[in-house]
Design a binder for this molecule. Sequence first.
Ligand code: FAD
Length: 436
Amino acid sequence: MEHFDVVVVGAGLAGIQSAYYLHHDCPDHSYIILEARDDMGGTWDLFKYPGIRSDSYMHLYGYSFNLWPGPNELASGSRIKNYIKQTAEKYNIDKQIRYNHKATAIEWKNDRWHITLENRPTVTCQFIMMCAGYYDYDTPHSPIIPSKDEYAGTIVHPQHWTDIEYKDKDITIIGSGATMVTLAPELAKQAKSVTVIQRSPGYTASAPRQRAGFVYKHLWDDFKFWRFCQTNPADAAKLLTRPGYDKPNYYPWEQRVCLTIDNEFFDCVDSGKIRLITGVVNNYDKDGIKLTTGQHIHSDIVVTATGINLKFLGGVSIIVNGTSINIHDSVLYRGTKFTGIPNLVASFGYVNQSYTLRCKLISQYAVRILKYMKKKKYNTCIPEVDGPRSTPLLQSNYFVRAMLLYPGRIWKYSDNYFKEWFSFKFCNIKKGMKFK
Ligand SMILES: Cc1cc2nc3c(=O)[nH]c(=O)nc-3n(C[C@H](O)[C@H](O)[C@H](O)COP(=O)(O)OP(=O)(O)OC[C@H]3O[C@@H](n4cnc5c(N)ncnc54)[C@H](O)[C@@H]3O)c2cc1C
């Protein structure tokens, strides 16, 4: 059986970042990256719908050790994927990736992890860095709409978009989130018509394609705006509600605020290129969909931009010393480790800031733990804490739906980057953690 000091699960943005810090700061630790797919990039390899792009600016969304080569911009999915690839190649991380290696189970026994892989021999390791993202790649969220079989057109979820010919077609998009806000203006450039059906409207802000100036000032400004939304929700709602547009039934940042570049989405709606309808889809029929009001929308293509399904820790089953672990029974320790699970760190980013910022803090924290364990000749580390009940980070349906998959309690988790920067770097590593 092959054995490594560390196994990183996932070769997306976070997996490559974790591997870099491991490679750089713990050169004496052997490691591999297990990747279920046949390429790296994760999210930026999976999503291929027209217009796919970041809604974070790249000087904070990119890696601090290998800066984004262009201006501080919102970048397309394919450029982000290339950048992740080039980074991996530059630091020889690509050589450590094992493609088509999907972890299905992890079992801690005899003081090491045994990782079961789909159709491949098991590998063992001392420590796992779980960088498997947070959502299900195979099954997005697709509410059941009756009479689907009657419909003669094309139905596609953005997560599974391939080459679909949409020029001069009537397109209906169901959904009101970030994907819809990005996709609709892009489709409107070539489609005959684009109709958006939103059950309830969301908040969208306009931002320039590029942002000049000192990035840490932007970080602080964005954080201040997010705090303003938390402390003055009604004022924030007024600020972000556009005259003539339907009002969302929640406050900004209770769900994610979407971003459109240079008013593009609003311009398309105002000029009639995008028809925005607040309503509920009732059923499909032969040539389109019907709303509960009886209104019929002719559609050659229906795009179900209805969201993702959250998936925790790459969907692996977990056994520790013969006992099966239910994550919901664990306490989430510093937003990255779990009570009852030894020698494992999981990467999760912020919902209110660039995802990469938090994954970097976690990678560096994992390296701190590994170095400490080596110095003290410890073999295991496991959190032993308790904390208050966890609540969803956002009120978005996909978060609320997934609460049972998520640890039921939390200990020292914050969505404040500045606070976490300090605590991950300088916290007492032994606090709430048992080393053996
Ligand atoms: C369309 C879209 C746009 C986004 N835009 C932004 C943005 O602008 N700014 C921002 O901050 N965040 C954004 N996000 C959040 C985004 O997911 C993260 O920023 C980031 O890409 C996540 O990286 P990751 O490596 O943690 O996960 P992923 O990108 O999901 O990569 C996880 C990798 O792990 C692999 N994997 C999973 N399970 C297993 C397993 N069991 N065995 C082996 N391999 C496995 C997957 O195949 C994948 O390659 C966006 C998300 C989406 C869906």
